[in-house]
Design a protein around this ligand. Structure first.
Ligand SMILES: N[C@@H](CCOP(=O)(O)O)C(=O)O
Length: 320
């Protein structure tokens, strides 16, 4: 996002008619846009689907002084509106159909290679909603290959929530006609997108790298998130979707035990505390919440606390 906002800053200094920068968002793009615009002193305008993003996501553009429109539609409806509005008003569109976003996003691929000392991973798994990221990763890896920094590129996996899986269905149909859909509610709310703007670029990227598309049910993604958190991470539900893809592809033998695999994590878990609390309280209808860790309620009494602790420690020593 800083690449795009820096460019807008430059355009404004050249007296080009850009009054503000706008985006439709499921919560993360809007946070980044409003922060960088606030820093640069540029007005930001964000279109958000009403009641479909977390409180922690909503508060960021509000706090950063963006003009926030909470619109009674889903992300795809917001996206359609912002495209129409930005073609009428001098507002610069910041969603990932803008190639400046992709230029910034592709640096994640370069960082992966650099952090692996230019050893190419075998697989990179990326959660997919509006689908700018999956194309940007391909573009970054391809650029490094063309520059001679690496001699091959990884196979990419795009991971979608089963409730918002137009790319997955397209892949499973053998890349026949793409059918946009109305995405259903998913805990992976940032990828609750049925009509992704970068569909053509994503398909191109996946074909070029012999890529795969996987999907995760609500239970699978929440279980994966809880399992990851129990190792000391604190991931978002979208990363849970990507981890599910890893589990599935390992189980199918597609990804081998020795394959070096990167799972891309796209948001901080603290943005999604409500769904984590609901999971650990087993408060999600029709979900077993197999890895839940509910808090134990106990009286403020020494004996009562000793009892629950002894029982807890006993279960631990039995296991070890
Ligand atoms: N998940 C995104 C959706 C918009 O995607 P973009 O990459 O086109 O900005 C968000 O957080 O808003």
């Amino acid at each position: 996002m800083t690449v795009l906002v820096s460019q807008v800053n430059r355009l404004r200094k050249m007296k080009r008619p850009v009054v503000g920068v706008g985006c439709a968002s499921t919560g993360d793009t809007s946070a980044a846009l409003s922060a960088y615009c606030a820093s640069a002193g540029i007005p930001s305008i964000v279109f958000l689907p009403a009641n479909k993003i977390s409180m922690a996501q909503l508060v960021q553009p509000i706090a950063n002084g963006a003009f926030v429109l909470s619109i009674d539609t889903d992300f795809d409806g917001c996206m359609k509106l912002i495209r129409e509005i930005t073609s009428e008003l001098p507002i610069y569109l910041a969603n990932s159909l803008n190639s400046l976003r992709l230029e910034g996003q592709k640096t994640a691929a370069i960082e992966i290679l650099q952090q692996f000392d230019w050893q190419v991973p075998d697989w990179v798994i990326v959660p997919g909603g509006n689908l700018g990221n999956i194309y940007a990763f391909y573009k970054g890896f391809k650029m490094c290959q063309e520059l001679g920094l690496v001699d091959r590129i990884p196979r990419l996996v795009c991971a979608q929530a089963a409730n918002a899986n137009p790319l997955y269905l397209h892949y499973k149909s053998g890349w026949k006609d793409f059918k946009p859909m109305t995405a259903s509610t998913t805990f992976a709310s940032a990828i609750q997108i049925g009509d992704p703007v970068s569909i053509d670029r994503a398909v191109y990227a996946l074909k070029k790298c012999n890529g795969i598309v996987e999907e995760a049910s609500e239970e699978e993604l929440m279980d994966a998130m809880a399992q990851a958190d129990s190792t000391g991470m604190f991931i978002c539900p979208h990363t849970g979707v990507a981890l599910t893809a890893l589990f599935k592809l390992r189980n199918q033998g597609v990804i081998a035990p020795t394959d070096r695999t990167v799972v891309v994590s796209t948001a901080h878990g603290l943005k999604f505390t409500q769904s984590k609390i609901d999971y650990h309280s087993k408060a999600i209808p029709d979900m077993a919440c197999r890895f839940s860790n509910p808090p134990v309620e106990v009286k403020a009494d020494f004996g009562a606390v000793m009892d629950v602790l002894k029982s807890y420690l006993g279960s631990k020593s039995l296991r070890s």
